[in-house]
Ligand binder design. Structure first.
Ligand SMILES: Nc1ncnc2c1ncn2[C@@H]1O[C@H](COP(=O)(O)OP(=O)(O)O)[C@@H](O)[C@H]1O
Ligand SMILES: [Mg+2]
Length: 307
């Protein structure tokens, strides 16, 4: 649905984006992650046809962002990082105005506007002046605006920044709903954990370069090739250490009190470990796989510790 190939952008000799390539499939909620200044907004402005690339190409729904920008604009709903809203109008007037801009005839507009208000939970605020809305409400309004022409792809530039925790949760629920409606969502953030539970895939950008892309699981596997598994036993820990050592996929065992901390590589057959311990009368209280913390991963990647 979105294809970037060797995308580069320079501003008077400064390289903001260098040779970035990745693909977003239809139906993805794709997280575009990177610290401030990484080049996220630059990429998004190119995808939204507001900026031309210096080199490389980008296509949205099969259309080139440079040569077929009108078709691209039809296909996308773009929410910029800083958006202006007109304070003197009501929520309904605001949305009706944008529906008219997209050429939706008066007769069908009411249905469209009611539909997007319903979806973004704005129906109760229909007659409220935009000036009176909270930040979270304004952000929902802005999202509603990007939906009036029923775009296939949503391109959202840091939509969750500045929202309170409750608004963030509601926003994630809304993203999932939009995905279920068949939309492809491309969303940027400088916080990986903010998006990790909604995104199907991510791309991580650092100083204009792509440092990782794929599903979060894939990236985690690549960065930490070892799985850490903790087995808690009731007794017989010394015998247990000897038993687990005999598995070729167990590369290290450390005993911490009654806990055996295993480092495993490749296809680790953890149930086989449990079986062997049980067969040898080691009572097991629990088995837990340690998840690498996403912030750690992000820090590792953006510090350039990952090849
Ligand atoms: N119009 C511009 N002229 C010059 N430099 C720019 C311009 N737009 C962005 N940049 C620079 O490009 C880099 C990437 O910016 P941006 O894409 O806004 O990053 P992000 O959205 O990830 O924070 C920054 O160093 C920024 O200063
Ligand atoms: Mg930005």
């Amino acid at each position: 649905m979105i294809e970037l190939e060797g995308l580069s952008k320079s501003f008077e000799g400064f390289t903001a984006l260098a040779d970035v390539s990745f693909t977003v499939e239809k139906g993805d909620i794709f997280g575009f992650i990177g610290p401030n200044g990484a080049g996220k907004t630059t990429t998004i402005r190119i995808l939204s046809t507001l900026l031309d690339p210096t080199r490389g190409s980008a296509r949205v729904d099969g259309h080139c962002v440079v040569n077929e920008w009108e078709r691209v604009r039809r296909a996308i709903g773009y929410m910029p990082d800083y958006y202006g809203v007109y304070d003197g109008v009501s929520v309904w007037e605001y949305l009706d105005f944008f529906a008219a801009c997209y050429g939706i005839p008066r007769a069908g507009r009411r249905r469209v506007v009611d539909g997007v208000m319903e979806l973004t939970d704005l129906t109760g605020l229909k007659h409220r002046l935009v000036a009176e809305l909270s930040k979270g409400m304004k952000q929902r309004l802005c999202l509603a605006k990007t939906l009036v022409h029923d775009p296939k792809v949503l391109i959202l530039d840091e939509p969750a920044s500045g929202l309170d925790p409750r608004a963030r949760i509601e926003f994630r629920v809304l993203l999932k709903e939009l995905r279920e409606m068949g939309k492809t969502i491309f969303i940027s953030s400088h916080i990986l954990t903010e998006l990790s539970d909604v995104c199907t895939k991510v791309a991580i950008l650092e100083r204009g370069r792509l440092v990782a892309s794929g599903s979060i699981d894939e990236i985690v596997k690549r960065i930490s090739p070892h799985r850490s598994v903790t087995v808690r036993v009731l007794s017989g820990e010394a015998k247990a250490v000897e038993l687990v050592r005999s598995f070729p996929f167990v590369v290290a065992v450390e005993l911490r009190g009654k806990e055996l901390c295993l480092k495993c590589q490749g296809e680790a057959d953890i149930p086989a470990v449990v079986r062997r311990l049980t067969e040898n009368d080691v009572p097991i209280l629990g088995v837990k796989e340690e998840q690498m913390d996403l912030e750690d991963i992000f820090m590792k990647i953006t510090r350039g510790e990952v090849a």
